[in-house]
Design a binder for this molecule. Sequence first.
Ligand SMILES: [Zn+2]
Length: 186
Amino acid sequence: MSIGRCDKRRMQIFRFWTESPNCHWCGQPTLLIFRGAYFAAGENFLPFRDNEATIDHLNSKLSSERGQYNDGKRRRVLSCKKCNHNRSVQEHIDTPIEELRERCSKGMKMSALKKIINEYKDDIVAMLLGEEDVDNEALSYALYEYYVDDMPIGTAKGRDGDPDEWVFNQLQKEPEIHALMREMTI
Ligand SMILES: [Zn+2]
């Protein structure tokens, strides 16, 4: 049995909480609730308590710095549900709606690419390693659909460019792909 994302999260809360059970923001003691145990016992609704222990990001979810550094500093903290919630609400209040929309569509686009990469990992790697016999129509369509709005119209229509070639070149510039190639070819 592997440890799911959810279990890992619970373990992280537990670890933080045993180090110090106080909320990073307001300093009040938090209450550790093993939600998994409730759901496993057949409960299907468990409202959050204001003083319940949660994990919060030290940097705002909307901060441009978030995720851009990795200097070993802790980026998550223990927070009571109330502070966690209030911070999140405040961040949205402080951020212009255009920016919220832009971040949302960027996020959606990124997760669409991640989905394609996950689904067609082997074929994508083979393709980028120059194996000419990769013939996966579903992958071609998925990538075409993903990139079509970014392509020059003549290329998209196949009039003065090859859409597959354009996609191939574009794919190689994606940081997600660099990570995949490192992971798959080491
Ligand atoms: Zn708090």
